[in-house]
Design a protein around this ligand. Sequence first.
Ligand code: ARG
Length: 290
Amino acid sequence: MTQRFLMCSPDYFEVHYSINPWMTGQIGKVDTSLATRQWEDFFSTLTQFAEVKLIKPQRHVPDLVFTANAGLILKNKFIPSRFRHNERRDEEPFFQDWFQSHGYEVVEWPKSVYFEGAGDALLQPGKSLLWAAHGFRTDLKAHAILADELQMQVISLKLVDSRFYHLDTCFCPLLDGRVMYYPPAFDQESLRLIEQHTAPENRILVSENDGLNFVCNAVLAGKNIILNHAGNDLKNQLEKAGYAVFIKPVTEFLKAGGANKCLTLELNQGTEEKRSGNKEDEIPLAVGSK
Ligand code: ARG
């Protein structure tokens, strides 16, 4: 099955406010024509391997380009985000309308529980397992609701470095049980949980330089991986794992604290036939790092 992604053209992208450390000092500093070129270059690479749907850009919601934060998708279910910051709350109805009108079952989510979608909740391909983060944006309480809603094991990871405020900035589940992550972004208990659920040979640890260049914010389309940057060592490791590596810089979007993966939302998640890896037997629900 062809993978499908949702993106949003950067017509109104800018840094108008600061809600993460990357945005500090960047207000009004986006080179919008460079941002557009970078987005188009990335978009055209992704469309070589996947189908890309577009949601209409809207004025006054510059972060709408980061469609990863729309919500979390499993098969036909759309669990909408509830943004922590007021600055992003006006995006919620645009995303919900899109999913409603495209035939998804839109789940009711409690307004009092913060949850930032596929920014903080990542499925492990081929397994019934969701990695979920808390610490900056998503509430720990959200994880139990997700486990219940998805009937899936949720592993709670705590983020501790404000530059890596969403899980997808520092952690990337790969095919065949592999994961790629930047360890200093997590507390000790979370690192232990990651190690408990992945074999040593399946862990790709990224360096500080790669981490700060948001390499974990990578998009997987089949065995192609598209990212903002990759040091030689990382590139070699990914190639050894069987990936074709495409470096598509999106540095203008880093000024807002997002890179390639944040600019996409995978639409057919949980329809695993497209992926390699075996579906595991049902695992009991469990929640980790508090
Ligand atoms: N400026 C946005 C924010 O701080 C960036 C979102 C990046 N998205 C992501 N999935 N990490 O909310």
